[in-house]
Write a protein that binds this ligand. Sequence first.
Ligand code: GLC
Length: 663
Amino acid sequence: MIRKYRYGEPFETEAVTMEIGEEQGVPAYGEIDRADGFSFSYRMEPEDIVYGLGEANRGLNKRGFCYVSDCTDIPDHTEDQQSLYGAHNFIVISGRQCFGLFFDYPARMVFDIGYTDMERLTVSCERAELDLYVIEGKNAYDIVKQFRRLIGRSYIPPRFAFGFGQSRWGYKTMEDFRRVAEGYRKNGLPIDMLYMDIDYMQDYKDFTVQEENFPDFPAFVQEMREQGIRLIPIIDAGVKVEAGYSVYEEGVRQGYFCKREDGSDFVAAVWPGDTHFPDVLNREARQWFGDQYRFLTEQGIEGFWNDMNEPAIFYSSEGMEELKTVLRGYMEDTKEIPLWDLGAMVEGRANNPEDYKRFYHRVDGKRIRHDQVHNLYGYYMTRAADEAFRRIDPDRRFLLFSRSSYIGMHRYGGIWTGDNRSWWSHLLLNLKMLPSLNMCGFLYVGADLGGFGSDATRDLVLRWLALGVFTPLMRNHAALGTREQEAYQFGDTGDFRSILETRYRLLPYLYSEYMKAALQDDLYFKPLAFVYPEDGFAAGVEDQLMLGDEIMIAPVYMQNAGGRYVYLPEDMLFVRFQKDGRLSQELLTRGHHYVEVALNEVPLFIRKGRCIPLVKAARCVEELDTEHMECIGFPGASYTLYEDDGLHRDYENPKNYRSLTIQ
Ligand code: GLC
């Protein structure tokens, strides 16, 4: 049962696709206060669990912290960060009373979930202009499924996107890419994608390719394809201000960029220096920006990652002027500038909330100040691309994911969770975030495996890849200047090979479970409590997840640990994928166990009475032999496999399902 309450005249975010009539009166749960902006408040019982918030910091149970929905370019995902890149305003309160809340509000919103007062949930925002959806159901899982139906089917990538991808900020030339491809191919390491970071462009200009480094780009795309590798370029939100650059000139001429109050184009400095932001909230501008992707699709490109689309601002022209004024003041008044002040002043220019009040969108003839719709920018940039792909080739799937997002964007693309670090704590954060992302519709998700910032260690990369085996987006990505962390950089590549091969051996199963989750508005990753609602212990487990209907995963996330403790809510088959394709299988009974997992192993647990299909590994997804499958699991069990051509949209065909039985 879903009820919709409207306050004021909200901006139409198009997060929700289902028609729901407006309810009169007040929600059955909590209290609403509109004296000063908007706030919803509810007294939580001690045993209540709060799920949701998608891409957010901390645990699966969101209690005990204050989260702020305010899409931010935030490279430091430390425990105290309240905002990350996405804004996913859906929560479920699960306890004696069980209900879900979706606050469809595209500006800054605060979720105080037992932070100010441990017992109180308060959700507040500055303007009482929003739609509030209240969802009732049997339990948290049922509520989540209803919510997912409300917001429409999740994005479905092409099947190759379930292969492994390597990325690094700093690959510049064809030679750099060839070297990486060779590092993988020569060592027999499977790979499907190489990601192109900003260096492939000419001076960081979107929809350009650096000609000296890529003299014949389509031929290079083809050369990589012949090795079973697809090139996936990045696109940034800001369009470089530069006379003679056609995207810039056309955007200015047509008035497609975000404008200041005085009507001039707003200038923000990002990687290319000064840029303008395409007004992707405006239908025409969105179509125009989306059509620019053709420049690359026409050269054979089949996928993209959209970045810097919070949108990130290093500084604005106004911000720089203000800084100069302050500095001049110092020079005139005092002899020395305190260094700490200087540091904070310069840093404070980046992603400054004042800048988000300095530009406007034009939507259906109305002018809207950016800060009032801030959280929609990455969503609409990604929507621009997807809508264009549907014009370019309506039946074909493209790979697409974004850094910033809002609920609704899950229909157009996936997300990666931004600039994490090579820290063990970020491996755990990655794990805990996965079901929350799924609850908010984001199924095609993954983190920078091995960590983006800081130097990775061999053991961290191995353990993180062993989690990445299960995430739909499996990409190793690292920042410029950090230690190289490709799978062949740490000696004995055999350890890496067996982990990457495990991904490919499981791929038909993982793809099948992804497709079922997408087609049935279900979760790919679930908290244990969703599957075992009666099991009091399962409710508190945050470092193990259910994947699909057959398996449970429990990655090792601590350095120097030779294994870990696991809790089994029922008897399960403990499977370890070992070096050189060996499999170890052991029946474990319900309860607590310590399991040993070597650095080069991938552990998983098959639920009682179930089985999963396995294939032989191959160098890329297209070369997997799915005619010859083996099943592992419990005797007599059968599995319904979903399979399609992986490239088109023929999802509803009953021929896509076949039943496999364990021999
Ligand atoms: C941002 C992205 C990161 C990318 C870098 C350079 O920090 O999050 O993935 O490598 O920009 O483009």
